[in-house]
Design a protein. Structure first.
Length: 134
C-alpha cells in the first residue's frame, strides 16, 4: 500500500535513525509519531526495559523496550494522551545488511497502540521499504 508522501518522508528519517542504533537481538527498529503531517517524536528498540514494556510484553521473558512503546512513552511525557488518536505511527526495521525489512508490530505493541488509541499505524513491508497500514 503506497502511503502519503509525508509518511514516506517520516519512514526515510526513521530508517536513518534505525541504522544508527545498536541492534537488540539482531534487530534495529525505529518508530515515530506523526501529528499534522510532521514527525514529532521518535523511539528505538533498547535493551533496557520500562514498566509499559513489561505491561505489553508478548511474553514474560520479552522485556526489552520496543521502538513503538519507547515512542509512546516519549510522546505521553511531552504531549499527554489526548492527541494520540490524531497521530499516525510509522515503524521501520533495518536488516543486518542495512536494508528495510518487515516491521509489523508484535502482538504486545499492537495491544499498546490500541490501548493508547493511536490513530493509524504504518510499517515497512519487505525489502522494498514501502509502508503498509496495520
Amino acid at each position: 500500500m503506497n502511503s502519503a508522501s509525508y509518511l514516506n518522508k517520516a519512514a526515510a528519517k526513521l530508517l536513518t535513525i534505525a541504522l544508527s542504533v545498536e541492534p537488540v537481538a539482531r534487530s534495529r527498529h525505529a518508530a515515530g509519531l506523526v501529528f499534522r503531517r510532521t514527525l514529532l517524536v521518535t523511539g528505538t528498540n533498547k535493551k533496557k526495559t520500562h514498566p509499559l514494556a513489561l505491561e505489553f510484553a508478548r511474553n514474560k521473558d520479552a522485556t526489552t523496550l520496543h521502538a513503538e512503546v519507547d515512542c509512546l512513552v516519549r510522546w505521553v511525557s511531552r504531549y499527554g494522551v489526548t492527541t494520540l488518536p490524531d497521530c499516525e505511527l510509522v515503524v521501520v526495521r533495518v536488516s543486518a545488511k542495512g536494508e528495510p525489512t518487515n516491521s509489523c508490530p508484535c502482538k504486545g505493541c499492537s495491544r499498546a497502540l490500541r490501548s493508547f488509541k493511536v490513530g493509524g499505524v504504518y510499517y515497512t513491508e519487505g525489502s522494498s521499504g514501502l509502508l503498509r497500514k496495520l
